[in-house]
Design a binder for this molecule. Structure first.
Ligand code: SAH
Length: 251
């Protein structure tokens, strides 16, 4: 059996209880060494085999899983954050389907949730933003043609941009070109929940200098939108005058 497990954003106690149980039981662990906190591997049994997928191809990862399966062993494939975002997990599952190897996915705390927690902010504020656009810039790997920062910026809602801090100047330009005012609040969260976490808050036009002043070049999220301001309406859900299925309206 193979378990794809979300390792969480970094701090080892942000692994789920289910993920922890599986790591303790695993015979084989394949972890995304570029971002997964290596301290999580301390949970393993002494005879557990560990592989760093940063140095492996998809076929090599699958070969390790196949071998483990032949030996009736439990494999944990440890992905950073939650596997469903930029995890390259679908192609692994497709291989396992083909090979008729059973697997399950255990979700994790994505770094975009950890970043909101670090900032003490809510992405979806009443009357400000009710949608979150999770995206990235085109880098060495392409983006689908209709998905670009300029077109997403037109919505002026909350944006969470992964994998793009190295292209911060272009990002800042495209956000403004797409329609955000240049003084729209923006934040950079570097290594959320790690001991060397950094939080920088400013505006879209200031993004390049916010990043260069701190020499942040990777493992960061860029967050954009008015959700970073204190200007919003109270929720209806907890409004005394608003009744719903679980509560009557109060005078
Ligand atoms: N599946 C992961 C994302 C993998 S892509 C998740 O759910 O978080 C890797 C990118 O995620 C990094 O380049 C960075 O943009 C972001 N990232 C991952 N961990 C992070 C953290 N602790 N703090 C800030 N950004 C992080």
């Amino acid at each position: 059996m193979v378990y794809f497990v979300g390792a969480g954003p970094g701090a080892i106690d942000l692994l789920t209880v289910r993920g922890e149980r599986l790591l303790k039981k695993a015979n084989v662990i394949i972890y995304a060494g570029s971002l997964v906190n290596p301290a999580l591997l301390n949970l393993r049994q002494s005879d557990c085999l560990c592989y760093n997928s940063a140095e492996m191809t998809l076929e090599e990862v699958i070969a390790v899983m196949v071998k483990a399966e032949e030996d009736n062993q439990l494999t944990v494939r440890l992905h950073t954050g939650d596997p469903s975002l930029y995890g390259a997990v679908q192609e692994q599952m497709a291989y396992l389907d083909q090979l008729q190897i059973a697997y399950e996915v255990v979700p994790g705390v994505s770094s975009f949730c950890a970043a909101a927690a670090a900032l003490k902010r809510e992405y979806t504020l009443p009357d400000v933003a009710q949608s979150v656009i999770i995206t990235r810039m085109k880098g060495r790997t392409d983006m689908p043609p209709r998905e670009n920062i300029i077109s997403f910026a037109a919505h002026q809602t909350t944006m969470v941009i992964f994998l793009s801090v190295a292209m911060i100047e272009q990002l800042s330009d495209e956000l403004i070109k797409g329609g955000y005012a240049s003084d729209t609040p923006a934040a950079v969260v570097y290594k959320a929940t790690w001991p060397d976490e950094q939080i920088v808050v400013g505006t879209i036009v200031e993004l390049p200098q916010m990043v260069s002043a701190r020499q942040i070049s990777k493992t960061a999220l860029i967050l954009v939108g008015k959700f970073l301001k204190d200007d919003y309406s109270r929720s209806k859900l907890y409004d005394p005058a608003f009744a719903h299925g679980f509560r009557e309206a109060k005078e």
